[in-house]
Design a binder for this molecule. Structure first.
Ligand code: MN
Length: 244
């Protein structure tokens, strides 16, 4: 059994999400041989030196799962792309590149966060290109922690405002980009998050049936994709109920 999650957006503002995730890690995750976290685990990440109660608690809980028999993989999201090797080591996470191909019970599968597929959002793509460069990351992580916190807060506000002015289409994936990526990776299955629109889309790539699975976000409930050799299911968990 293999699990996929994304878009938890953990923050101190939302203890309900954190509680649900800790319960997921304790009761659900150890059943899987692999757990893939496809980005935006945290609402924002300003550097591995930002050690807070939240990041420590999550690292410890992840590490405990990694110490059982579940391999933990992490792909950066647009909120936590600065999460580095130091935190990954502490949490027992194996860092993957932004686009990665896995063998999912015999099926070649492309996995990613999904923000790179939203090519109509030109403003964001410009920021993405800049913020993923070594020089931007070098400058950012050299700033004092306090300054980075301020920048992150401002960015969150600006991003919330910008979203209100953008049409729903612009914030969704570009269908031609999805096909291009699947074609390039020679895969007929794509799993991603980011858009917060959980669904299974049947599409066609080079006249072959293909699938795009969008993971659910954790805004109102826990959400994960469960994959077994037989099937794939998007599952949900209410915040007020516990896993068992
Ligand atoms: Mn995202």
């Amino acid at each position: 059994m293999i699990y996929f999650i994304a878009d938890l957006h953990l923050s101190t503002d939302r203890p309900d999400i954190t509680a649900c995730f800790l319960s997921f890690l304790k009761n659900e995750a150890p059943q899987a041989s692999q757990l893939y976290i496809l980005g935006d685990l945290f609402e924002y990440w300003i550097g591995d030196d930002d050690d807070s109660d939240l990041t420590n608690t999550i690292a410890m809980a992840l590490k405990q799962v990694a110490n059982t028999n579940t391999q933990l993989y992490f792909i950066h999201g647009n909120r936590d792309f600065l999460l580095g090797k130091k935190y990954a080591k502490k949490a027992g996470l194996i860092l993957l590149p932004e686009k990665h191909i896995i063998n999912l019970y015999g099926q070649q599968t492309l996995i990613m966060h999904g923000d790179s597929l939203c090519t109509q959002d030109i403003e964001y793509q410009k920021f993405r290109k800049k913020s993923r460069s070594w020089w931007w990351q070098f400058i950012m992580t050299s700033l004092p922690l306090k300054v980075r916190k301020k920048i992150a807060e401002n960015y969150r506000k600006k991003s919330a405002q910008a979203k209100q002015g953008k049409s729903l289409d612009i914030m969704d994936v570009t269908p031609s980009e999805v096909i291009k990526e699947l074609d390039k990776s020679k895969s007929l299955l794509l799993i991603h998050g980011h858009t917060h629109r959980p669904a299974e889309h049947n599409i066609s790539v080079n006249h072959q049936p293909a699938k795009r699975i969008v993971l659910g976000d954790w805004h109102k409930q826990g959400a994960w994709l469960k994959v077994t050799p037989e099937n794939m299911t998007l599952l949900y968990q209410d915040f007020d109920k516990t896993f068992n």
